[in-house]
Design a protein around this ligand. Structure first.
Ligand SMILES: NC(=O)c1ccc[n+]([C@@H]2O[C@H](COP(=O)([O-])OP(=O)(O)OC[C@H]3O[C@@H](n4cnc5c(N)ncnc54)[C@H](O)[C@@H]3O)[C@@H](O)[C@H]2O)c1
Length: 254
């Protein structure tokens, strides 16, 4: 894909399942990746692995729910790696429960990570991109945000909100030619999915999900990364405000 070499890319939740696949693919394409993650140990291990493979990356221990910390980390990236070219908002969190069985402290956590996290990141990074008139944003939402998902009510609320926010940012940033697009994974084999569906019941839920996927299998983190790179590349320069599901056909939205 065109135009990724030497680009500075921030990936939130970069040490997780889908995030680490995205980070690896960007560094393989010659980009320099800033791995933003709450899990400092996993982020540092990933950077070590990328460097051993000949890639360029640096880990930043940051909680995306913390507005001040996000602004400070973004400032550090620009000082250490250069102006940010691409922002991938990938960090997310959930655990499965029916809405009526949940309480406000749980909603607050889900909203803080899945909605306030991306808001903080856009606020810190897009001001800089906007001043420069250059940049790309790829937001990782979920098919849950397009069509809903039982036991993921508040998460769906956030992911649907992220889609609407992305379309609005795509409109607001169009004058500066900064594309903002969304990738929606379906069920993908990561810690987040394990967290949603645990034990014997979890295995039954996962088997049911696989059955519902026309391609007949669970997504792998590597399935998601290619679409993210495409949307960040020059090949996608005329695409903005779009939502793409990467879920083996599970969600076919017109
Ligand atoms: N796995 C799936 O089935 C699936 C489906 C649809 C959408 N998604 C979305 O894909 C994205 C990646 O999820 P994943 O499946 O790789 O999950 P994961 O749990 O493997 O990775 C999430 C990463 O985000 C980090 N993180 C969590 N809270 C953070 C915070 N406050 N600040 C910084 N980092 C934080 C975690 O430490 C972890 O490394 C998420 O946005 C998720 O909602 C996943």
């Amino acid at each position: 894909m065109k135009g990724l070499k030497d680009k500075v890319v921030v990936v939130t939740g970069g040490a997780g399942g889908i995030g680490s696949a995205i980070c690896r693919r960007f560094t393989e394409a010659g980009a320099i990746v800033a791995v933003f993650d709450l899990n400092a140990q996993a982020a540092s291990a990933l950077v070590g692995e990328i460097e051993t493979a000949g890639g360029r990356a640096r880990d930043y221990s940051v909680d995306i729910t913390d507005h001040e910390a996000v602004h400070a980390a973004v400032e550090r990236v620009e000082q250490e790696l250069g102006p940010i070219d691409v922002l991938v908002n990938n960090a997310g969190w959930d655990t499965g429960a029916f809405f009526l069985q949940t309480e406000k402290p749980f909603w607050d956590k889900v909203v803080a990570i899945n909605l306030y996290g991306p808001l903080n990141m856009h606020h810190a990074v897009l001001r800089r991109m906007s001043e420069r008139g250059h940049g790309r944003v790829v937001n990782i939402s979920s098919d849950a945000g397009r069509v809903g998902s039982s036991m993921e009510a508040v998460y769906s609320f956030c992911k649907g909100g992220l889609i609407a926010f992305s379309k609005t940012m795509a409109r607001e940033m169009a004058r500066q030619q900064i594309p903002v697009n969304v990738v929606c994974p379906g069920p993908t084999a990561t810690a987040l999915l394990d967290n949603l569906a645990q034990g014997e019941k979890g295995e039954r839920i996962k088997a049911g999900l696989v059955k519902a996927v026309p391609f007949g299998r669970m997504g792998q983190p590597e399935d998601i990364a290619g679409t993210v790179l495409f949307l960040a590349s020059d090949d996608a320069a005329f695409i903005t405000g779009q939502v793409i599901s990467v879920s083996g056909g599970l969600t076919m939205v017109g």
